[in-house]
Design a binder for this molecule. Structure first.
Ligand SMILES: Cc1ncc(COP(=O)(O)O)c(C=O)c1O
Length: 379
């Protein structure tokens, strides 16, 4: 079945009592046993909940995984995945991953005895030479946040397989609609479902999707033991949101393409980062592994001609806010906001400048969005 159909139909028919067409919310923290050792598949909501199961079935189907755990946030998914490791293990991660992931790795997980090498994932020889005897995992995020660099998923997965390393892909930016990392050999996919999967900026959530039953068993054990699972109400909202994923992604992409082309021609813009532009340096790889370009872009404002403050003060449709993937258009400055936790050195190394603006293009009319941008750029 096509993704449009899967996202509407998977996991929704859960009510055998009244045949409700929409999955009910089961807020119950606990479930009764019919007799000792005999229940209807659920005992306690941290370990399992029917509403959450519905969402998990849906996301697993979209990614083509064997199962999924819905987590309280995207960071809860990432934290959980870190517990596949043990003290002494080493992880290779991209040097331009989401700032919160970088913070978790570099300042929290290091305290737990796990070490990290942050490398340029586009440079496969750098990935190879970062492998140490104690390396256990390669973590990729592609396209990267915020500069939309692309990692060759199949090539990294092949390198990892040689050393029996676990591979994890953060697929938040494109969603399964535009990219399915399992098709390229990745073991675990994580999402911040806060973003495109839910799509309406009204919950925070995450997901871990499993390629094999063995990984699923370990992951489910970890989610339960760590207490990182998602609440039933939030699961229900995410399930409602995911049903329109395909239509939203198409709309995000159309708007983002028009805006990227417009910005690229604008004299007050120094550089535009968008996978759908012919100027993107990795066009061939993009064609090979992505089914679309998504709704995220970034650009460097020529602040010698219009200041950041002036630019933002003149916008009325683009909201200055962190996060992404909702129906409304948002903008933010990674240097000061989403990626500030990387520190100046880390930011510079990954190519982010104080003039970089990240745009999450919403699904409004593109003509209105371009008029709004022009007002800002006029300064
Ligand atoms: C690519 C990416 N991964 C993970 C996260 C973390 O997700 P959450 O904020 O839901 O914890 C974010 C949040 O912005 C993100 O952009």
């Amino acid at each position: 079945m096509k993704m449009r159909t899967l996202s509407v139909h998977t996991g929704v028919s859960k009510d055998t009592s009244y045949n409700s067409v929409i999955t009910p919310i089961y807020p119950s923290s606990t479930f009764s046993f019919d007799a000792l050792g005999k229940n209807k598949g659920y005992d306690y909501t941290r370990s399992g909940n029917p509403t959450r199961s519905a969402l998990e079935e849906n996301i697993a189907a979209l990614e083509g995984g064997v199962g999924c755990s819905a987590t309280a946030t995207g960071m809860a998914a990432t934290t959980t995945v870190m517990f596949y490791l043990k003290p002494g293990d080493h992880v290779i991660a991209g040097d331009d991953i989401y700032g919160g992931t970088y913070r978790l790795f570099s300042s929290i997980m290091t305290r737990m005895g796990i070490s990290f090498s942050f490398v340029n994932m586009r440079d496969l020889s750098a990935v190879r030479s970062a492998i140490l005897p104690q390396t256990r995992m390669i973590w990729i995020e592609t396209p990267s946040n915020p500069l939309l660099n692309i990692t060759d998923i199949a090539a990294v997965a092949a390198i990892a397989r040689e050393g029996k390393l676990l591979t994890v892909a953060d697929n938040t930016f494109l969603s399964p609609y535009f990219q399915r990392p399992f098709e390229f050999g990745i073991d675990l996919i994580i999402h911040s479902t806060t973003k495109y999967i839910n799509g309406h900026s009204d919950i925070v959530g995450g997901a871990i999707v499993y390629r094999t039953k063995e990984l699923e068993e370990q992951g489910r054990y970890l989610v339960n033991a760590l207490g990182t699972s998602q609440a039933p109400f939030d699961s229900w909202l995410a399930l409602r949101g995911v049903k329109t994923l395909s239509q939203r992604m198409e709309a995000h992409q159309e708007n983002a393409t028009r805006i990227a082309e417009h910005l690229e021609r604008h004299p007050r813009v120094k550089r535009v980062y968008y996978p759908g532009l012919p100027s993107h340096p990795q066009a061939e790889l993009i064609r090979r592994q992505m089914k679309g370009f998504g709704g995220m872009l970034a650009f460097n404002l020529d602040t010698s001609r219009v200041s950041m403050d002036r630019f933002f003060s003149r916008l009325s449709l683009f909201t200055l806010a962190e996060s992404l993937g909702g129906v409304e258009s948002l903008m933010e400055v990674p240097w000061l906001m989403s990626h500030a936790s990387m520190g100046e050195e880390g930011l510079k190394a990954s190519g982010i400048s104080p003039e970089t603006i990240r745009v999450s293009v919403g699904i409004e009319a593109w003509e209105d969005l371009i008029a709004d941008l022009d007002a800002g750029l006029e300064g």
